[in-house]
Design a binder for this molecule. Structure first.
Ligand code: RB5
Length: 149
């Protein structure tokens, strides 16, 4: 069974709950790394937690939701080994798996509706990395991490 880590801030509690239930209904195990209350919550904490869960292999893939999907995605992508994509439609989500081997999907609860969010998740989870010519590009991206002080 594929394990998915899900993270969110206060702006995305409802969407997190609905996406979690939706994915569980499809047979995924979904582990919650987000907040469950509407109290102001720093999205970076949750993005970092999901990113760490992915690179430590506690989960296979991560999904991060905040108001826009941008802040939580920036935070998750600071974890070495994480490749985020912030998507507002399914085509980009599909291509981010196919070409970029994205391992954390992000979207915004204030940007996309629930049905679009589900379609984005479906497109992303139903796609695997194509490898081939894309692998060298991913390897180069990974090498950038080693150049940081
Ligand atoms: C919270 O108000 C909001 O800034 C956050 O959810 C997110 O949109 C940040 O990128």
């Amino acid at each position: 069974m594929m394990r998915i880590g899900i993270g969110n801030d206060h702006a995305a509690v409802e969407m997190k709950n609905e996406i979690k239930a939706y994915l569980e209904g499809k047979g995924y195990e979904v582990i919650n790394y987000g907040t469950d209350t509407k109290e102001s919550f720093n999205y970076a904490l949750s993005g970092e937690a999901v990113g760490n869960a992915v690179v430590n292999k506690d989960v296979d893939l991560g999904i991060c939701i905040c108001g826009t999907g941008i802040g939580i995605g920036i935070a998750a992508c600071k974890v070495n080994g994480v490749r985020t994509c912030t998507c507002s439609e399914p085509v980009s989500a599909h291509l981010s798996r196919l070409h970029n081997d994205s391992n954390v999907l992000c979207f915004g609860a204030r940007i996309v509706g629930m049905e679009t969010a589900k379609a984005i998740c479906d497109a992303w989870l139903d796609t695997t990395f194509e490898g081939g010519r894309h692998q060298a590009r991913i390897d180069y991206i990974t090498s950038i991490e080693g150049k940081q002080k």
